[in-house]
Design a protein around this ligand. Sequence first.
Ligand SMILES: *Cc1c(COP(=O)(O)O)cnc(C)c1O
Length: 609
Amino acid sequence: YCRLTGHAAPEVFHTNEGHAGFLGLERIAELCDEGLDFDAGLEAVRAGTVFTTHTPVPAGIDRFDRELVAQHFGPDAELPRIDVERILGLGMETYSGGGPNVFNMAVMGLRLAQRANGVSLLHGQVSREMFSGLWPGFDADEVPITSVTNGVHAPTWVAPEVFRLGSRQVGAERTEDAMTVGGSDRWDAVAEIPDGDIWELRRNLREQLVLEVRERLAASWRQRGAGTAELGWIDGVLDPDVLTIGFARRVPSYKRLTLMLRDQDRLMELLLHPERPIQIVVAGKAHPADDGGKRLIQELVKFADDPRVRHRIVFLPDYGMAMAQKLYPGCDVWLNNPLRPLEACGTSGMKAALNGCLNLSVLDGWWDEWFRPDFGWAIPTADGTATDDDRRDDLEAAALYELLEQRVAPRFYERGQGGLPDRWIEMVRQTLTHLGPKVLAGRMVREYVDRLYAPAARAHRALNPDTARESARWKARVRGAWHRVKVDHVEASAAPTSTAELGATLMLRVRVDLGELAPDDVEVQAVSGRVDSEDRITDAASVPLKPTSGPDEEGRWVYEGPLALDRTGPFGYTVRILPSHRLLASPAELGLLAVPSEETGEGAGVLMR
Ligand SMILES: *Cc1c(COP(=O)(O)O)cnc(C)c1O
């Protein structure tokens, strides 16, 4: 786009999921035209590319038949200057568990980018596990995929009424700054807004939603062929004083649009509760090719059509941004019940939060990271414990009903001395002050700039044609020579015993075989940390050891260094060898690693309890 508009020559390219991934190939082809070979071009492109993976749902990742890709990139097709085998090599699932003839766009994205991220803390963790095959030998927590939690554009999503209240109470400039610049100090001003004003705002937004829903519902019924005379009941749909729950989604199956229908009698009781009723606004949109999604919508529509409950639950078709803008502010509670951990981030709950709507959600995506009981509710999940999906849905739906009945509704309807739901209002306030500054797109962009774009720009500038060639040659040499890199022997100067004391230091001495490589090409590390019940090191910390002599007549090098026993409890250490080069962004980048073999034996992984 920058190139098309002549705006500037971009240094960093950010490919969101696989869809934009082929731009990396085009850029390699351009560099090849300028005289680089494929490998050097790949290095130059990787340096300035950031890849963001967006889904832990395998079906959400574009995977094509190898032949189809070969056809489009063959000698007579899109990029005739590039050997099609090299292109195919970027996307093939050449790791254990991968498909044999599959070209995977996310895999290509990761191989074309030196920096990568998921879109929430939890999704980062899930992605590191999901793609760990690309970095064999490394623990998932060392896989070089970080995370930047998504954010939303407050000026788009904050209702004008909310903005006006902020302006009136703390000034327009400060309100605008809070929404755009962010910063928790700017959001602290919400504390100054009186309870009565917050509650009046919430009532006003809810009432507007009720009117909006009635209009949309009438339009939808007319489209279904109903005449005006049959639609009188719509004037009684929803009540501006009833606890209003929103649920609006695209409807891929993991989002579980119909979880709330799991026990329809129970739901009906909640909707029709004599003192503490709830009302639910559901909106959805199925992908035209998604028959499963369409079936879920039909199920919901059927329930919502029932004359016994149709004044308390509505389904709005064709969920889109315009509808979403009206929907989020008017709801008191935003419900989200995906199958954990399949929601990469989720953003609708963030938009709701910016309007003082409380979140009631499974601990997935962003909510797993920022949930606190003083401003929302976590629906307990049975992931990992329930034996099958049906059972899991039963358990989680039951937990949802329980929360709605025992916690959410009582808090909404309880009144304090001034006739206001003081504790509810306090949760609204906490939602705004704690989540407001976090969920902003500005915070997200700042993180991308600091942690990914700026380092990528620096890496891009460091890779002129000469350094790109150097980097490519070095990687090829290291890959070719790695099979000979071995840890020969490890010894510690003080024999570790069960009385090893906190604060003591061990001297490690490690003999390594680097084959054709030299100490400049590698880092030899001592890795230590707490040991879990299966004798695996957790919370590992690594320190580099220093070469002290070598190569001896057998070509071995000796590395040494101190290892501080600075933790209590079961503790273990080992050593490992990694490639090392100033142009690497992560020591795991090449997916190469050498650890002591079983025979190295003594001292290679000592435990102290
Ligand atoms: C925010 C938004 C989404 C994303 O919602 P999540 O389910 O939270 O990911 C989808 N569609 C529209 C129209 C939105 O405004």
